[in-house]
Ligand binder design. Structure first.
Ligand SMILES: Cc1cc2nc3c(=O)[nH]c(=O)nc-3n(C[C@H](O)[C@H](O)[C@H](O)COP(=O)(O)OP(=O)(O)OC[C@H]3O[C@@H](n4cnc5c(N)ncnc54)[C@H](O)[C@@H]3O)c2cc1C
Length: 471
């Protein structure tokens, strides 16, 4: 039998947890589904696993996330983990758990699916030993693993600095941090955002403390890196970097952890045909939503980082706005206090937006935004399609990602274009002279993730057994 709830929430990160708590408090039947083993999302992944050492190893923010996840787990809000949502058809949500397919129906759907690390192709990035720093951080949060052998952290943004400090706390030292920020004078940006910085003094102090810790530990931070090239045969053996002043050098490494920020995880919204637009500043697709997070698909809300990157502290505010609108739509009576909560959430979200605008200007992804992509660079790692092959496809007549997929198999692999999608849009735009907005993204189809045959068989509608009558 298919279960029915008022609101299904996909994602148990800060946004999903907050929306679920608000909606339950308003008297609605909710169910949260998440593919991880517990609550916390990307930022507080594995929060319930080893809470006792959270603060000393992963820092104060993570420790607060542990408390939040524990509170959520104890709150009685229905949530299921290890559940990957594979398809949504009308009001029916299909999810896989323990290798079997389950269905629920919900009058409203909330996508709180968070972010993914910005994929940044550079020569050699497909070699084993090269990973997203955030992806590695998820393993670190789960089991406190550290890289074996010499390694570097590359990229820009607060997560790179935070991660370097988390690794230091575990007794692991990167050879260097290769800083790819294309903003040469972040301090100048800070000066032009002084009132915002003053209102976010805690976050600023945190950033400064990360840098101080690196300096104290004697980790070299090599700034102005404009190009990277990973070398190796079966796995990465060296990383060559070029700096803004034209100088180049190489470091022998067994691992490269790379990160130039995060972008919204748009797969589910795209598959549901929710309208998306190309964000010129962040150079990625983001969903179009109204002030309450409702997408162009009526009854489907997108909140938290999935709706545009604002960070974990902003997520509960976007969740509250969506929860209030959903509750109203479903006939709950909202009192004056609820009206005040909406206004407070809106103000808080605007404050977060101003701080994010500063962060986005102060940390510009130098490789993703400014480095040319050479023909030899792999774009689709699943199907081994290079930038050169993609450019050739455009010369052969492919005008958009869907045609490029047909010509080259780009985006047809296991990740279904999740990693290469935005880069393909950018390359086609560069080759055709069209704006990325006009090029658009892949048309994402269900199922979202690879499924086994038995799971696929579960998706088939059950047929009534036919009685055979023998005349
Ligand atoms: C790898 C990574 C590491 C990060 N580390 C940090 C950090 O250390 N500090 C920091 O401040 N910020 C970090 N961020 C950014 C941070 O995750 C976000 O700002 C914040 O978590 C946003 O909260 P959210 O609730 O919107 O999404 P998230 O916390 O990302 O939660 C989204 C949840 O949706 C689930 N989900 C997605 N798709 C499906 C599906 N199809 N079926 C079921 N479940 C699904 C995911 O499993 C995840 O738990 C990181 C981001 C990434 C991608």
């Amino acid at each position: 039998m298919t279960e029915t709830v008022d609101v299904a929430i996909i994602g148990a990160g800060p946004a999903g947890m907050a929306a679920a708590r608000d909606l339950k408090a308003l008297g609605l039947r909710v169910l949260v589904l998440d593919e991880r083993a517990g609550p916390g999302g990307n930022v507080h992944a594995s929060a319930l696993d080893r809470p006792q050492e959270a603060a000393s190893v992963l820092g104060g923010d993570y420790a607060r996330g542990v408390a939040e996840a524990r509170g959520f787990a104890a709150s009685g809000v229905p949530a299921r983990y290890g559940c990957s949502v594979s398809r949504v058809a009308g009001e029916t949500i299909h999810y896989l758990q323990h290798g079997r397919l389950h269905r629920i129906t919900a009058a409203r759907l909330v996508l709180a699916t968070g972010a993914i690390e910005r994929p940044v192709p550079f020569p050699g990035w497909e070699l084993p030993g090269i990973m997203g720093a955030g992806a590695f951080q998820l393993m670190l949060k789960q089991s406190r693993v550290v890289p074996a052998g010499d390694y570097v952290l590359c990229g820009t943004g607060p997560l790179v600095l935070l991660m370097a400090c988390q690794l230091l706390a575990l007794g692991s030292r990167p050879l260097a941090v290769l800083d790819t920020n294309s903003e040469a004078a972040p301090l100048g940006i800070g000066l032009s955002h002084l009132p915002t910085l003053a209102r976010n003094a805690g976050a600023v102090a945190k950033g400064l403390s990360y840098m101080a810790r690196l300096r104290l530990a004697g980790i070299p931070v090599i700034s102005g890196v404009t190009r990277l090239e990973a070398r190796g045969s079966d796995a990465v053996q060296a990383i060559r970097y070029t700096r803004r002043n034209g100088s180049s050098a190489s470091l022998d490494v067994r691992m490269v952890l790379f990160h130039e920020g995060v972008i919204p995880n748009t797969q589910l919204g795209l598959a549901l045909d929710c309208k998306h637009r190309w964000d010129e500043h962040e150079r990625c697709l983001i969903p179009e939503t109204d002030a309450y997070g409702e997408s162009s698909r009526q009854g489907t809300f997108i909140i938290g980082d999935a709706a545009g990157i604002l960070g974990a502290s902003a997520a509960p505010h976007s969740a509250r706005l969506a929860a209030m609108k959903i509750a109203q739509d479903l006939g709950c009576r909202l009192d004056d206090e609820a009206g005040g909560a909406v206004e407070a959430a809106r103000r808080a979200l605007n404050r977060e937006r101003r701080f994010r605008a500063f962060l986005d200007r102060a940390y510009r992804p130098g490789l993703a935004f400014a480095a040319p992509i050479t023909d030899e660079t792999m774009i689709c790692r699943c199907e081994q399609v290079t930038a050169g092959a993609l450019r050739q496809a455009v010369r052969d007549g492919a005008r958009g990602p869907a045609q490029a997929k047909v010509f080259t198999r780009c985006g047809m692999g296991l990740c279904q274009g999740r990693i290469c999608g935005n880069v393909v849009t950018r390359l086609i735009a560069e080759e055709t002279g069209l704006r990325p907005r006009a090029v658009g993204g892949y048309h994402i189809r269900f199922p979202l993730k690879p499924m086994s045959l038995i799971e696929l068989a579960d998706e088939l509608p059950m047929e009534e057994p036919v009685d055979e009558h023998i005349a």
